[in-house]
Design a protein around this ligand. Structure first.
Ligand SMILES: [Zn+2]
Ligand SMILES: [Zn+2]
Length: 139
């Protein structure tokens, strides 16, 4: 929560609720998820308000937008370097906080100095594995 305060954004109750919801949130929610959650407490909240707040936070570097889910933009308040693993059935995204010693071959670097990476892994989560079968959804 602290990192979202004093950012020059006028702190309306809706915005405070958005910050609170995102703070320490590990579920990588989409704008729709956040909207539905805030609407429960503030029924007058519009999707535009939620979206604009997310855009503002993103441009300030307080949250990052993920492209791991091709269906929806997902947001991550954890802006430190980490990788993501998404379940292709239920679209759950989990963090991978582990540094891989990935080496890009010299000829593939085309003279770039590489400063970071973000890897998106896809798989089937334990819950979906338990359900089994392909009838529970495909990509
Ligand atoms: Zn799953
Ligand atoms: Zn993450």
């Amino acid at each position: 929560m602290k990192k979202f305060i004093n950012k020059g954004l006028k702190l309306t109750p809706q915005r405070a609720a958005i910050f609170e919801y995102l703070d320490g949130n590990k579920s990588h929610p989409s704008a729709e998820d956040i909207y539905l959650e805030i609407k429960k407490r503030y029924p007058m909240t519009s999707f535009a308000t939620v979206y604009k707040t997310l855009e503002a936070l993103k441009s300030r570097g307080d949250i990052v937008e993920l492209s791991v889910d091709p269906g929806r933009r997902r947001y991550d308040p954890d802006t430190g370097p980490h990788h993501h693993l998404m379940c292709i059935r239920c679209k759950k995204i989990v963090d991978i906080h582990k540094d891989f010693s990935l080496k890009v071959p010299e000829e593939a670097k085309v003279s770039f100095d590489i400063t970071g990476n973000h890897i998106e892994f896809y798989g089937i989560c334990p819950d979906c594995k338990k359900k089994g079968g392909v009838e529970n959804g495909s990509i």
